[in-house]
Design a protein around this ligand. Structure first.
Ligand code: 5RP
Length: 235
């Protein structure tokens, strides 16, 4: 089975968590694009869904499929957020931000009752930071200092740059992204998350600890595995 087929299977399961009339937050990435497509099929024209997107790319894509996407409102809270991930640890801690949308994704995830993640099987890892780097969104002015500080901590920071132009990748918030390559991965994601957030100039990290409730994994045999955080009710 192709990886895209695994993504599509997991995405369909994730889209199945969205009910009519709900407030829905949309993540970003190629797997989430499958989820958005499935939501658009389940709810043509968006029915009475109330949707906020985590990136300009997602907003554009959802809109082209006929889903109504609105701006964030003061009292916003979401019944469900659907998203993808770059890595999923056994604890359901995640690495996200491969698409540079980590700030808005985490912002919306914190406002959501349920965070549902769809991934293909290659995203399951025993330890975060072993398959993908850990991205952090930073203020460009602080970049040189942060690279120095993070290098001293053996996190091997690398500025994310456009493959063609070589220019720094900018997030939808106008910030830059440093990808961190911790040797042997991240032993304690919550601790690293806390440490990174203390550094002036760090806006957000791609470590999502204690946020995901439910992960759907597309498997090579064509089935979908559902992994629940222990405090999440089945069904
Ligand atoms: C974007 C993300 C994505 O969800 C993550 O990078 C996974 O993307 P894909 O489904 O394309 O592999 O965090 O910021």
């Amino acid at each position: 089975m192709e990886i895209d087929e695994e993504k599509a299977l997991a995405a369909r399961a994730a889209a199945g968590r969205v009910r009519a009339g709900q407030r829905v937050a949309l993540g970003t990435g190629s797997t989430t694009a499958f989820t958005i497509r499935a939501i658009a099929e389940n709810f043509p024209g968006g029915d009475n869904l109330s949707i906020v997107a985590s990136s300009v790319a997602t907003e554009r894509f959802a809109t082209t499929l006929g889903l109504p996407v609105r701006a964030l409102e003061p009292n916003d809270h979401f019944d469900v957020m659907v998203d993808g991930a770059d890595e999923v640890a056994p604890t359901l801690a995640l690495t996200k931000g491969g698409g540079a949308a980590l700030f808005r994704e985490k912002f919306l995830a914190r406002l959501s009752t349920e965070l549902v993640i769809a991934v293909d099987h290659t995203k399951l890892v025993p330890r975060l930071g072993t398959r993908a780097p850990i991205p952090i969104e930073i203020v460009p002015f602080a970049r040189v200092k942060l690279i120095h500080q993070l290098s001293e901590r053996s996190l091997s920071p690398r500025l994310r740059a456009d493959r063609v132009s070589g220019a720094p990748v900018l997030t939808d918030n106008g910030n830059e992204v440093l990808d961190l390559f911790p040797e042997d991965g991240v032993r304690d994601p919550a601790h690293l998350e806390h440490e990174l957030r203390l550094l002036p100039g760090v806006i957000e990290t791609g470590l999502f600890v204690g946020l995901a409730h439910r992960v759907y994994v597309g498997l090579p045999d064509g089935t979908v595995q559902e992994i629940l955080r222990p405090d999440t009710k089945p069904g």
